[in-house]
Ligand binder design. Structure first.
Ligand code: PRX
Length: 672
């Protein structure tokens, strides 16, 4: 059905990629310790069901998809109205548990405050300033969420309205999300490291009626003026009636009379009780913007029902959480990792979790390890970039602290190189802890390929599709690749926490994920990543098949950075590529062609970088800018990033005759 296929399927049999694949062959296997296996949640479920073999169990759950997820939905969530139907699948649209009724906030808070967990600590909120620690019990959260939810209602927020949230890593972020969920409002959280403009674009696209932010927050000992940024972003967003401001730093802020309201004033006289609205499972819980291949970020929509099931189930099975664990997902709630595994899943499971506001290197590189020692963290989940950063700083930082409380480790966001994996296990995991390398996406909502505590591990491999997930690696024609081969990751079956739509863009939803294999396999989801399967069927994720960048585990669209470069007045054209980086996985390199007569200076490079930082946020700042006379393009004007990248990396550029300006390729400098 697609006229022109957007992506090239990647099959590795010969040439460069095959060599990489061979180099990646990792022979070390780390068997799970017997004690870990026998006490694990998944093993106990297997015993109950009579499974003794992991592969057999994984296969059974996919072959009995509805039976499996139906059981999980009742085990991990409480339903206001029980569902009778598990799945209504009309590719590419799935409805999970469609005839039930459910509330996310009820599942995270209300049900716990009816039990002994009411006074259990839900968050240990560690601020960046040393000794700034706040404890929140489930009851504290319950009260604060209810007051804010009532406050939102008093501002006229109704079910289905969008509320944009621009907050740092403080529990109020989680409280704001759950307050929205409580009354059926749809939250749209924007990472606090994004710029004013990025915030504004997302608020406008979502037509949010309320914006929630704070005066400022701490980052590396300084305060970031978030409220001022939020104001700048929403200055021309007519949909926003009110802005709620939480006081975090106490710094001076600009004030818009009639629109702005302090959080503490809003909740002052509100009731501590508020009904958790029972929702249709397909009602939307949130929109989260992520980068794609065009310059416009896409709003991924997640639905309440499936999302009440997928995150807690996967967290319980993969990280094996128990009542007395102290869970630390060291991501930011501004990304999907934090939505699923700092906010919703751990609270649903009634866990105690860490929420850390600041930077890992403040006041020094021992901060994380101090937090683990101080609060007895038992399970740590982070990114390969963070691990490589700690690796570079040296193991002596970790050695100063007692990390013996840890019992399991994890990573997410990008492929982890075996060297970093081994360092993590040896220095943080006392040379004995298993590492759960979880592959997933904003779109999947939960882990999809991941080890379980019972899985033998190979450093660098995310191992196998999780129970209840049909995942395959297909070649260009839609055939599963043989063991040892590589191709595109596809999900062959729907799953509960899957994305439901793109906000306001149904065509792009279809063309991005479903069209590619539609002719042969309608309903197969194209993840946009390439992977190789080894002789044991283990998945080795190799990165994106499109031009999306992955910087420090965060997805950034090339075209977004390019359009930010071009919005600088002196720049005529730009092409951005990712260059492999020892710590961040990838860094952004921009090739800019300047307008006629503009002088190429170092100051101009600096100014363009700063401009991109201001436009999109620091995370998207190119690490290098190179001036070129012309950007290589096809005759239809498409920037040939793959060719540019090959030339810049000193590799064979292949065929360039289809370009309108092949000489521009020669002018691209080799930068490695
Ligand atoms: O390329 C894959 C990479 O991150 C992408 C998803 O990015 P995002 O939606 O921002 O979500 C990140 C956190 C879930 C994927 O398409 N990725 C994520 N986890 C892994 C990974 N690549 C390799 N191994 C992983 N474990």
């Amino acid at each position: 059905m697609a006229e022109e296929k957007k992506y090239k399927a990647v099959t590795y049999e010969k040439g460069e990629e095959a060599k990489t694949a061979v180099l990646m062959e990792e022979t070390r296997v780390f068997e799970p310790p017997k004690e870990l296996v026998e006490q694990s949640n998944v093993w106990q479920w297997m015993q109950k069901k009579g499974f003794t073999d992991e592969r057999e169990m994984r296969k059974w759950t996919v072959d009995h998809l509805e039976e499996f997820w139906g059981e999980m939905a009742n085990e991990y969530a409480d339903w206001d109205v029980p569902f009778k139907t598990v799945l209504d699948w009309q590719p590419p649209y799935a409805k999970w548990f469609p005839d039930g009724k459910i509330s996310m906030t009820y599942n995270c808070l209300d049900r716990h405050v009816k039990t002994w967990r009411r006074n259990k600590v839900a968050y240990i909120a560690v601020g960046e300033p040393v000794d700034d620690v706040r404890l929140f019990t489930f009851w504290d959260l319950y009260r604060e969420v209810n007051k804010l939810a009532n406050g939102l209602k008093s501002l006229g927020v109704e079910k289905g309205d969008r509320v944009s949230i621009y907050l740092p890593m403080i529990p109020e972020l989680s409280i704001a999300m759950m307050a929205c969920a409580k009354i059926g409002a749809v939250h749209s959280v924007v990472f606090s490291g994004f710029s004013a403009k990025a915030y504004g674009d997302r608020v406008k696209d979502g037509e949010s009626v309320v914006s929630i932010t704070c005066d400022g927050f701490w980052r590396r000992g300084k305060t970031v003026p978030l409220k001022a940024q939020a104001d700048e972003g929403i200055a021309d967003a007519p949909s926003v009636r009110n802005q709620i401001i939480y006081r975090r730093t106490g710094q001076d802020i600009p004030w818009n009379e009639g629109k702005d309201i302090w959080w503490h004033d809003l909740i002052k006289d509100q009731s501590r009780e508020c009904e958790s609205l029972p929702m249709d499972p397909e009602d939307r819980l949130y929109i989260l913007y992520t980068s794609g291949t065009t310059g416009k970020p896409k709003g991924i929509e997640h639905a309440v029902g499936g999302y009440c099931v997928g995150p807690p189930q996967t967290l319980s099975w993969v990280f094996d959480l128990k009542e007395d664990d102290v869970w630390w997902c060291a991501a930011d709630v501004g990304w999907v990792t934090g939505h699923s595994y700092i906010v919703y899943a751990p609270l649903q499971l009634g866990m105690t979790g860490i929420m850390y506001e600041g930077s890992p290197d403040f006041p020094d590189m021992g901060r994380w390890w101090k937090i683990i020692e101080d609060y007895g963290v038992t399970v740590l989940y982070t990114s390969p970039t963070a691990i490589r950063m700690h690796m570079r700083a040296g193991e002596e930082w970790a050695e100063k602290y007692n990390l013996s409380s840890l019992r399991l480790l994890g990573t997410v966001g990008e492929p982890i190189n075996p060297e970093a994996w081994i360092w993590y296990r040896k220095n943080i995991g006392a040379d004995k802890l298993q590492i759960m390398d979880t592959w997933w996406q904003t779109e999947t909502g939960t882990f999809a390929i991941s080890p379980l505590p019972i899985t033998p591990l190979k450093p660098g491999s995310a191992t196998l599709p999780l129970p209840g997930f049909g995942v395959e690696v297909l070649d260009e024609k839609g055939e599963p690749v043989p063991l040892g081969g590589g191709g595109n990751i596809v999900q062959t079956k729907p799953w509960p926490a899957m994305l439901r739509a793109f906000w306001k863009d149904p065509e792009r939803y279809m063309s991005t994920y479903w069209e590619y294999y539609w002719d042969t396999h309608p309903g197969y989801y194209l993840a946009g990543d390439k992977a190789r399967k080894d002789k044991d069927g283990y998945f080795w994720v190799q990165g994106r098949i499109d031009d999306v960048l992955n910087v420090a585990g965060h997805r950034i669209g090339n075209s977004e950075v390019e359009s930010a470069c071009v919005s600088y007045p002196e720049v005529a054209e730009a092409a951005c590529i990712g260059k492999p980086d020892e710590v961040k996985g990838e860094v952004i390199i921009a090739f800019c062609a300047l307008k006629a007569g503009v002088e190429e200076t170092e100051d101009l490079k600096k100014a363009i970088r700063t401009h991109v930082g201001e436009d999109l946020g620091k995370i998207a700042m190119p690490s290098e800018i190179h001036f070129v006379a012309d950007v290589p393009k096809t005759r239809s004007g498409k920037i040939m990033r793959r060719i540019i990248k090959s030339k810049a990396m000193g590799k064979d550029v292949g065929e360039t005759s289809t370009l309108s300006n092949p000489e521009a390729v020669d002018a691209i400098p080799t930068i490695v």
